[in-house]
Design a protein around this ligand. Structure first.
Ligand code: HSE
Length: 437
């Protein structure tokens, strides 16, 4: 029988303790799958008492992460501390020491992934990060292996549970944004700094990683277009419902003839699409590929045990791959390193999509004609329209337009001119629309 795979856990918070739990609870089943055990031999955490409570008596406990990554009785380091700085040094130190790395740190990989993957390749060790995207959903494995026969056309995902929870509650209960955010924080869904969730940054980290694996391109987080959900109102969510749409924060990566679109923003999706019905903290990723067509992956995007499920799946993959020749390993970004192509990420002004536009206008003849004339001047065709009359409380009427697909740069120019009209009041609200058919 082979020797056990020996694991150092760095950080035993929510995901770390889940990882200990899954490895203990499912030890026999895991050994049946791998052929030998996976054992935790060291834990580093600032709270050594908590680490000791979780670990068996023979596990080395330290408050110094850099101490455990170099130990001889460690084959794999599981980095669960998060952040960019210490985590990066730690991951690079582990690689330098010849250890494989498992991490749930999407921020680190979206920003420094290329450097980390190159270091790992030089040292012939593996970096696995299923837990970094959509928690327990095995979407990375699906893209890297299950869909390996395909050319992927696009990936569109609800990949931030906090935002999905907020949008679901705003729609279902008619609650305002701020109130639901406070609930999400109390329930522990949001990141330590909730701006990462609500401003779309967390989703952008995740879609950046998915785009690299879908298209075989470097990680290019700095080129992603990112817009969060903080400006969405109950009115927009209700108007969207009236038009037959749901509003979701989507991460979108699409390959076009001109380059790759990489964007995160609130998006109207037809309510009848399966992905539009993903509610609460759940995540879902839709992948459209040329041979298989659309496939949808759904499940828990966060939480102790679901995320630990992904961490342990990576440990199992490493345990198996350690036994096989180097050439049989699945490449870290799904493509061989020499096959990674430096394809441009398109500026958002070149993106082609449809739009929801809401504007407050004087309720008098000719206003709508002025607005539609400006849209037509910029090659923007209207698909649907609703109007809410002025009332005793609100002097202006509200117009909501859905456009056909058009170029974002044209929409920007039209919006500028529409907002300058004397009969239009305040800034116009613009939300992108994706059909995902
Ligand atoms: N804060 C994240 C979310 C958790 O809300 O989806 C896991 O990335």
């Amino acid at each position: 029988m082979n020797k056990p795979l020996r694991v150092a856990l760095v950080g035993v918070g929510t995901v770390g303790s889940g990882t200990v739990n899954v490895l203990n609870t499912n030890a026999a089943e895991i050994e049946r799958r791998v052929g030998f055990p996976i054992r935790i031999t060291a834990i580093a955490d600032l709270n050594t008492e908590r680490a000791r409570e979780l670990a068996g008596a023979d596990v080395h406990i330290s408050n110094d992460a850099f101490d455990v990554v170099k130990r001889d009785d460690v084959d794999v380091v599981v980095e669960l501390i998060g952040g960019y700085t210490v985590a990066k040094q730690l991951v690079l130190a582990a690689i330098e020491a010849g250890k494989h790395v498992v991490t749930a740190n999407k921020a680190l990989l979206a920003v420094h992934g290329d450097e980390i993957f190159a270091a790992a390749q030089a040292k012939q060790v593996m970096v696995a990060f299923e837990a970094a995207v959509a928690g327990g959903i095995p979407v990375i494995k699906a893209i890297k292996e299950g869909l390996a026969a395909n050319q992927i056309e696009y990936v569109a995902g609800i990949i931030n549970g906090t935002c999905n929870f907020i949008l679901s509650e705003m729609r279902d209960k008619g609650l305002p944004f701020g109130e639901v955010l406070a609930q999400a924080q109390a329930l522990g869904y949001a990141e330590a700094d909730p701006t990462f969730d609500i401003e779309g940054i967390d989703a952008a980290h995740k879609i950046t990683l998915l785009s690299s694996m879908a298209f075989g391109i470097p990680v290019q987080f700095e080129k992603a277009y990112i817009e969060g959900i903080t400006k969405l109102t109950r009115d927009d969510i209700q108007f969207a419902e009236q038009l037959g749409y749901r509003v979701k924060l989507l991460g979108i990566a699409r390959k076009t003839a001109q380059g790759v679109e990489l964007r995160v923003h609130p998006t109207l999706i037809p309510a009848k699409r399966l992905i539009a019905n993903v509610e609460g903290v759940m995540n879902a990723v839709l992948v459209k590929a040329n041979a298989v067509g659309p496939t949808l992956y759904y499940g828990a995007g966060a939480g102790s045990m679901p995320t630990a499920s992904a961490v342990v799946a990576d440990l199992i993959e490493i345990a198996r791959a350690c036994q096989a020749p180097l050439s049989s390993r699945v490449p870290v970004l799904a493509f061989q390193s020499q096959g990674i192509e430096a394809v441009d990420v398109l500026p958002v002004a070149q993106v082609v999509t449809a739009y929801y536009l809401r504007l407050a206008v004087d309720d008098k003849p000719g206003v709508l004609a002025e607005v539609t004339r400006l849209l037509a001047d910029h090659h923007i065709s209207i698909e649907a329209m609703i109007q809410r009359q002025a009332t005793a409380e609100q002097e202006t009427a509200e117009i909501v337009l859905l456009t056909h697909r058009c170029v974002e740069g044209d929409v920007n120019k039209a919006i500028e001119k529409i907002e300058a009209l004397a009969s239009v009041h305040g800034p116009l609200t613009r939300i992108r629309v994706e059909d995902l058919s």
